[in-house]
Design a protein around this ligand. Sequence first.
Ligand code: UDP
Length: 236
Amino acid sequence: MTGYQRVLLKLSGEVFGGGQVGLDLDVINATASEVAEVARSGVEVGIVVGGGNFFRGAELQQRGMERARADYMGMLGTVMNCLALQDFVEKHGVETRVQTAITMGQVAEPYIPRRAIRHMEKGRVVIFGAGAGMPFFSTDTVAAQRALETRCEVILMGKQGVDGVYDSDPNQNADATKFESLTYDEFLTRDLKVADATAVSLARDNDIDMVFFNLSTPGTIGRAVRGEKIGTTVSR
Ligand code: UDP
């Protein structure tokens, strides 16, 4: 158990909404407090933010919208989450920068990887928004991409209320069994839905571990960053 120096944390939209549509500021504040504590301990932190608490492109498509336009709405939703997180992390005394993949100069910096690394080196938490800026992608895939490009050591996949990877949805199936660890190939062969396959294959091809853990349990971000055995690790 060594602990990491630079981590990429993925926060899905459901974390921001506390399971509902919109924002649950108490949940965001609690998450921000843990992020700030980790950053203050000297660990460099990048965060990729999801947006499912506002819009998911695939769902809007099913209700009649054109997919690409719906996906842009999804990406814009992630930016609102970024700003909320930024606000609370800064309230906890840690500097942050938001970088978005869709340029919006009044609210955020554009995504500039070398600059993101520089911010992290200076102890600023960098919050990545607007996904990849491209429809048909997911923020899970962006988490893997940003982790690789900004040279993070691990992808920490924070989930709302689920403490790892299960063989079926534990919210729907009482007999669902949790995996302590999985290989990338096992994850992909079983077609597990907790992260999208593109993200996992990108992690596999570049050999970076993914740790899935429950954000709803206080203190888990710190434990994951310290390399404690929590949740489910997906690795080679
Ligand atoms: N999205 C996209 N391209 C990206 C990232 C996200 O089109 O690179 C859109 C897509 O419609 C997705 C939505 O943004 O459904 C919200 O992101 P995601 O579903 O990954 O959020 P999460 O499930 O983590 O809350």
